[in-house]
Design a protein around this ligand. Sequence first.
Ligand code: HSE
Length: 414
Amino acid sequence: MAEIAVLGHGVVGSGVLEVLLSHKDSITSRAKEEITVKHILDIRDFPELPYREKFTKNFEDILNDESVRIVVEVMGGLDPAFSYVKACLEHGKSVVTSNKELVAEKGAELLSIAQKNNLNFLFEASVGGGIPIIRPISQCLAANEVNEIAGILNGTTNFILTKMLREHMDFDEALKLAQKLGYAERDPAADVEGDDACRKICILASLAFGTHVYPKSVHTRGISKITLADMGYAQAWGGVIKLIGEVRALDNGRIRIEVGPMFVSQESQLANVDDVFNGILVRGDITGDVVFYGKGAGKLPTASAVVADVIDCVKHFKARKYLFWEEGKDGYVEPYANSAEQEFVRAQAADSEEAFGKASQVFPGATRLIRKDAQPGEIGFLTPEIPVKEFANRLSRLEQDGVKVLNTIKVSDL
Ligand code: HSE
């Protein structure tokens, strides 16, 4: 019998208990051992639950219980999750986590401690909810050099953008619905401002390229400024707006990584990834494009990935999974300002013909887009590819010419 402990009985933690109980027989046969939850750590009381006697408020009860070989951390956040996970690994317990903040900030350090102690530190659920992506990148695609990973990595924002586009729901209404369905973070700003997607692309970049990429080194933009007008222009161009996390290997040995709303062509495999679903495209030098699709948020899909990692730990108790990356290094991430990109610009002036004339002077080669229901004086246009450093100067020139810039969105080549 394998005895485990679960840190946190929130959305994911209660899902893990539910999956372990509802699939007990099949899980036992796959793990080749019965898996029993011995302790659950939570500061709250759950007197109504049939497994209420397993709860403890004292982490030491778990740390000092030598019969517990695997600890599941599903508390979220860095404090106290980091000190608990570190202590577990130092006390000979393998750890399974769904905590993307923990892996994105402390992954290199925790993987190194796990390696020294010949233990597993597994985190399949930290990216893509129920979608297998950590194992495929680290194992199934291991013969490839990965050139690029691009994905819709946040279910909440994808849900919001889909509801806005298809049901003309306003932003707040769609966010409230996402929270009600249990997709959003405790602080939904982490979803909406792109921080959650940033953590996930950092984890995938660290894994694929072998060097830790910290969220603070990534250019991140959220979706809170996206309007139905922007969506109308994306449709006129032949695509949709998606919040994309993207990392590319550069010829100079660095990586380029960013998160932001982007125009994505209808031809792209990511364009039809809707609602709470995530889609992740991995471009390998041998395989070409491989796309992963599934539910990226929610209690049971995430719990399914956590339990799969627990089964793996039980099955391979004496064998470490090869999952490792080095500590980050200065200069590894190309400064965002060094890149060049094509941008969509939505702007407003007294007269739209005159405004586009000015836009064409500031951005020679600009292409105008026309949307239904445009307001008088409104324009939308695409710039040619332009260095990021130069783009801000040109926007200021446009404003000096009396054209007010309302929003800008990157046009992706995905
Ligand atoms: N809030 C996250 C999302 C949960 O919407 O994708 C899963 O990480």
